[in-house]
Design a protein around this ligand. Sequence first.
Ligand code: ZN
Length: 146
Amino acid sequence: MSSYHPSDNDLQQYALEGTFAGEDIAAHAQGCAACSAKLANYRLLTQQMSTMQKPAFDFNLAQLVLGQLPAPKAEFPWITVLGVALTMIFLATVSLVFGSYLVLLFKSLPALFVAILTSSAVAVFGGVLNTIIKEHHDQMKKLDFN
Ligand SMILES: [Zn+2]
């Protein structure tokens, strides 16, 4: 018998799992009354815990919670429709009133300026589209609980 006594954690792990990597706890417990008593207590406790009934609700928790959640609103987006309609009316009015001037403006622009303007617009549109797609993927990832 060694003078070293295994710790309570080691004894508990041995009582729970039946094995312990490290020292030979079984051999020590045979020669040590204190550790043998602790081990017997831990084994009894483990045995009693395994026979205990697992706690469970006697009602359907998911159904209860889902019943208290507010119903999702399915309202028609009137403000968005109004904004789009006003924008279309504004653009139509501008093109009717200033249409001939706009065509002249774009015809008289140098080709390099038009190319820079177009590539800038495409770059901004691509950046905005990339951000929208990224946010959408992040939100879908948050919703995926699996
Ligand atoms: Zn001991």
